[in-house]
Design a protein around this ligand. Sequence first.
Ligand SMILES: NC(=O)c1ccc[n+]([C@@H]2O[C@H](COP(=O)([O-])OP(=O)(O)OC[C@H]3O[C@@H](n4cnc5c(N)ncnc54)[C@H](OP(=O)(O)O)[C@@H]3O)[C@@H](O)[C@H]2O)c1
Length: 198
Amino acid sequence: MVVADLFSLAQKVALVTGANSGIGKSIAQAYAAAGACVVLVARRAAELEQARTEIEDAGGRAAALPCDLAERDALFAGAARAPEFFGTPDVVVNAAGVNIRRPMLEITETDWDATMRVNLDAPFFLPQRLAPGSFPTPLTALVMNDPVRWKQMAERTLIGRNGRLEELAGAAICLASRASDFVMGQTVFVDGGMSAAG
Ligand SMILES: NC(=O)c1ccc[n+]([C@@H]2O[C@H](COP(=O)([O-])OP(=O)(O)OC[C@H]3O[C@@H](n4cnc5c(N)ncnc54)[C@H](OP(=O)(O)O)[C@@H]3O)[C@@H](O)[C@H]2O)c1
């Protein structure tokens, strides 16, 4: 057995939502580097195209599929189009997410509906198995730019610091590869021990 082959994603097709930013972009890059063909999903087409170009410039294969996952029709249309690029996806990563950081009383019904659709409805149709801790992305910028709050987040981990995006790659590749073929229905916490610390 060649151990490296266990973790190869050659011949695999991965669909990654939220692939033009933060965690999704980082995982999409890691999957492409491991040999997968990656279908990149998010709304902002220019950023999606940039992510696709970066992967191809690095020698990988990727396609951009702009889609608003908060719109049910668009979600189903996107899912139907996904196999057109490299065939039916073997792996789906639900990294698209909304986290509106406003006081509860300022959250509108529209905000709530969009959040539920992206964070709950879209992953409902697809499996989700990776649970990240705190990583620096546009979504966490408000907390990250506040040194006190960012330090407080770090202190909740066992490792004593927040994550680096590249630290998601190992677990994400393992879950998508042959190495974890018999691992089903698990949640892998990549959080520096935050969940274990309670
Ligand atoms: N960063 C962390 O420390 C951390 C920790 C735990 C969990 N998470 C979760 O991980 C997920 C990704 O977070 P992140 O930090 O990577 O945030 P991010 O950099 O802001 O990325 C969010 C992604 O979601 C996409 N998206 C948002 N609304 C969408 C919609 N309606 N349709 C399609 N795509 C949509 C965005 O692209 P468009 O705007 O172009 O659509 C973007 O690619 C979120 O669910 C977040 O709660 C993050």
